[in-house]
Ligand binder design. Structure first.
Ligand SMILES: [Zn+2]
Length: 270
C-alpha cells in the first residue's frame, strides 16, 4: 500500500518513498499522460480494447512467461492500460463527468479513499493513504480532475494526454519531440516549425526560379510546379493535424530538397 499525493500547491503528483524521495508523476496537468505513456511503453500493443490483447496475455501466462512487472512499487500485469483505453474509447477530448467516473469506479470495484492534503483546506490537494494499485491511482486522478472541472485532452502535437480547463487548448506544456525543437513546448514548437517550413519553402522557390531565369538549367522549368504540388500533400496532412510526425515529415522533405539543391538536376533522372 502506498500514499498517493495530488499536491495542488506544488503542482506535483507523487508517491513518497521512505528514505528515497518520491516516485514523481509530474505536474497535475501532465501526470495522467505520463502514467499512460509509461504503461504503454511497458505493455506495448496495437490495440488494448480488442479481445486479442487479453487472449495474448492469458496465453503468455499459461506458457509460463512472467507478464507481471513492478512499477512505482505496484505489481502490474497490463490490465490497467487496457482499463484506461476502454475508458478513453478512442476519444481525443473528454469532458469528464462525475457519472462517467462513478461508472469507472463501480466497474473496477474501487473505493473512494481520498482525504484532503491539508485538513484545514480542501483546495490544497488530495491524498490517498492506502493506494493499492496503479488503477486505484488512475481513478483518483480522474476523480480529482472531474472535481476540478478539468478536461482530458490528447495533445495534438506530441500525442500525450494532459488536462486543461478548456477543450480549446490543443497542446500540452511538455516539450516537443521533434529533433531540433525539443527545447520548446508543443505549442511554440508547432509555431516555429511551421515558420521554418515556410521560410525553407520560399527559399527553395526563389533559388529554383533564379536558376530557371538564368537559363542555366533548362530541365528545371517544371520543378517549381512539381515542388509546390508536393508541398501541398504535406500541408494538407498538417492542416488536419499539427502532429510531430506530420511536421517532421514536411521538415525532412524540405531539408532534403534544399540541401540536395534538387532543382539543379531536376528532370535529369526522368
Ligand atoms: Zn504535447
Amino acid at each position: 500500500m502506498s500514499k498517493f499525493v495530488i499536491d495542488k500547491k506544488k503542482n506535483r503528483v507523487y508517491i513518497p518513498i521512505a528514505f528515497e524521495g518520491v516516485y514523481d508523476f509530474g505536474s497535475i496537468e501532465c501526470s495522467i499522460g505520463n502514467i499512460i505513456e509509461v504503461l504503454e511503453k511497458e505493455f506495448p500493443a496495437t490495440s488494448y480494447v480488442e479481445t486479442g490483447y487479453t487472449t495474448k496475455r492469458i496465453r503468455d501466462k499459461l506458457a509460463g512467461k512472467n507478464i507481471t512487472k513492478t512499477l512505482w512499487g505496484f505489481k502490474e500485469n497490463g490490465f490497467t492500460i487496457q482499463a484506461i483505453h476502454i475508458f478513453l474509447s478512442g476519444r481525443d477530448k473528454i469532458e469528464l463527468t462525475m457519472q462517467e467516473i462513478e461508472d469507472f469506479r463501480i466497474l473496477y470495484d474501487l473505493g473512494i479513499k481520498h482525504t484532503p492534503l491539508n485538513i484545514c483546506d480542501v483546495n490544497e490537494g488530495l491524498q490517498i493513504k492506502n493506494a493499492t494499485s496503479i488503477l486505484d491511482m488512475v481513478f483518483h486522478l480522474l476523480y480529482y480532475y472531474t472535481l476540478n472541472n478539468l478536461k482530458l485532452v490528447k495533445c495534438e502535437h506530441c500525442g500525450r494526454w494532459f488536462v486543461t480547463s478548456s477543450l480549446k487548448n490543443k497542446y500540452c506544456t511538455r516539450n516537443s519531440t521533434v529533433a531540433g525543437y525539443t527545447h520548446l513546448n508543443c505549442e511554440q514548437a508547432v509555431r516555429n516549425i511551421k515558420q521554418q517550413c515556410g521560410r525553407k519553402k520560399n527559399r527553395i522557390e526563389t533559388k529554383s526560379n533564379n536558376a530557371i531565369n538564368l537559363k542555366k538549367y533548362s530541365v528545371a522549368s517544371s520543378f517549381v510546379d512539381d515542388f509546390v504540388n508536393e508541398c501541398y500533400v504535406y500541408l494538407d496532412e498538417i492542416s488536419k493535424k499539427n502532429s510531430a510526425e506530420n511536421l517532421s515529415n514536411y521538415l525532412l522533405f524540405l531539408d532534403r530538397v534544399e540541401k540536395g539543391k534538387e532543382w539543379l538536376n531536376y528532370g535529369n533522372s526522368k
